[in-house]
Write a protein that binds this ligand. Structure first.
Ligand code: SF4
Length: 437
């Protein structure tokens, strides 16, 4: 059973866990003693950031001298030049060959170990956004800063997939750069690095947002960088723009009977208390919209949230964050969570199948399919053995979408690549098993 089921409010603002007729210490007191944070510090009645406020001077952000940033941009540009100039022939390949010939002090090709150091410590920047100064092969730092300082056209991104259950759900998300983000202090024009995932542990290594579509295309990194830069330079402006977008979507889709759902961060996390407060206040402004997040920060998981805000403890957090969550669960019961299931556990029961999309016949759908009902049943048995969840609580994502929403945690959901995100956004879901290769 999960935390919500045991809570007892004493009428003076304290919540107690009641188990076997015994009350432990108040949960708030426990959280404060373990995390040093007041769980109520994200005061839901707190005012919106004022127009003059800026977060750029947060001491946790790293100020980076222009020369250091320029050296990194040169390494990044050189990596792209080496890579693309070797790829099979197209216009870009020819252009990169040309750059290679003319760039006299181009950094040499690096081995994986050297590139890895940048992977963990530097923000991702698409090579084609890195330009040279006119008429030379000197990296133009200011042109990268100009990109970052532009305001994004919009903050909400609609997920392609809409879940049709009951009146229908529609999903949007707000994204930040994964792991390290770059911004510009707009008062001083200095480069700042922001650790956007302060709770990240093992997940850094296999981070989905450091590969694929997130980095392949120039607009993806630019949008994430602009969003972060806007947020920390002008939180009030960010708040108003996002609120206006949610209001517009609510008006548009609400009329058609859709439920609006907003996921904070397809990448990144709540890197500061101020940011978390901003998110909670937005949720408070839109009581009919569902907000949710995955987090690897214990403070975020354990903070008091508006009723329309759900958090999911996401595996892969750093050791210190896991210790707090484990201690909490040992005392107060399991929290809602998402677990990435290793492919070795499901490969033997599944295969990829391709078939025409029933809605768009010209399009093909590639789906991870079970060999048989018996294979699915065996996989469920393995989940029971490995993760200690009741077998009859495990259902597939398709089954969840066709199950009316409840209020008590009950289901553990198997989510395959391409399935939606409804499990993370429902109170009746206890856990999500993600089957990603
Ligand atoms: S917390 Fe998420 S976005 Fe950040 S590094 Fe881990 S997997 Fe990537």
């Amino acid at each position: 059973m999960r935390l919500d089921e045991f809570l007892f409010e004493d009428g003076q603002g304290n919540s107690y866990l009641i188990k076997n007729h015994l009350a432990y210490m108040p949960i708030d007191q426990w959280i404060q003693s373990e995390t040093g944070q007041d769980p109520n510090s994200t005061d839901l009645d707190e005012e919106q950031p004022d127009d003059q406020e800026t977060w750029v001077n947060d001491p946790r952000f790293q100020k980076v001298p222009d020369q250091e940033f320029k050296d990194y941009l040169a390494r990044q540009k050189a990596d792209q030049t080496h890579r693309v100039s070797k790829s099979s022939g197209d216009k870009r390949q020819a252009a990169m060959q040309q750059v290679k010939q003319n760039w006299s002090d181009m950094p040499p090709a690096r081995d994986k170990k050297a590139r890895n150091k940048d992977y963990y410590t530097q923000p991702y920047i698409h090579g084609s956004s890195i330009k040279f100064m006119q008429g030379s092969h000197e990296i133009d730092v200011e042109s990268v800063k100009r990109i970052i300082k532009m305001r994004p056209k919009n903050l909400l991104k609609q997920n392609e997939k809409m879940e049709h259950s009951g009146g229908g759900d529609i999903y949007f998300n707000v994204g930040l750069p994964a792991l390290r983000g770059v911004a510009v202090n707009e008062q001083t024009n200095e480069i700042i690095y922001v650790n956007t995932c302060p709770g990240a542990g093992a997940c850094q290594k296999f981070c989905y947002a450091k590969k694929g579509n997130y980095i392949m295309f120039k607009p993806s990194w630019e949008k994430a960088a602009k969003t972060l830069n806007f947020l920390i330079n002008d939180p009030a402006g960010f708040d108003s723009m996002l609120s206006a977008e949610i209001q517009k979507q609510e008006a548009k889709w609400g009329k058609q009977g859709f439920q609006i759902n907003v996921r904070w961060h397809d990448a990144g996390d709540f890197f500061s208390d101020q940011y978390l407060t901003l998110a909670f206040n937005i949720a408070k402004k839109f009581p009919n919209v569902n907000f949710y997040c995955y987090t690897k920060l214990a403070d975020v998981m354990l903070s008091k949230k508006p009723n329309n805000f759900i958090s999911n403890w996401s595996e892969g957090a750093s050791g210190d964050q896991n210790v707090i969550i484990k201690k909490f669960e040992a005392k107060f019961g399991k929290l809602k969570r998402s677990i990435v299931v290793p492919s070795s556990m499901f490969d033997k029961y599944t295969e990829y199948k391709t078939y025409p999309d029933p809605e768009k016949p010209k399009k093909k759908i590639k789906e991870l399919a079970w060999h048989s009902d018996a294979a699915l049943s065996s996989f469920k048995r393995d989940l029971v053995l490995n993760f200690n969840v009741p077998k009859d609580s495990i259902i597939t994502y398709k089954e969840l979408v066709n199950t009316p929403r409840g209020n008590q945690p009950k289901w553990n959901i198997i989510v395959r690549p391409g399935d939606g995100d409804s499990g993370a956004n429902r109170n009746d879901v206890d856990g999500v098993f993600l089957l990603f290769h």
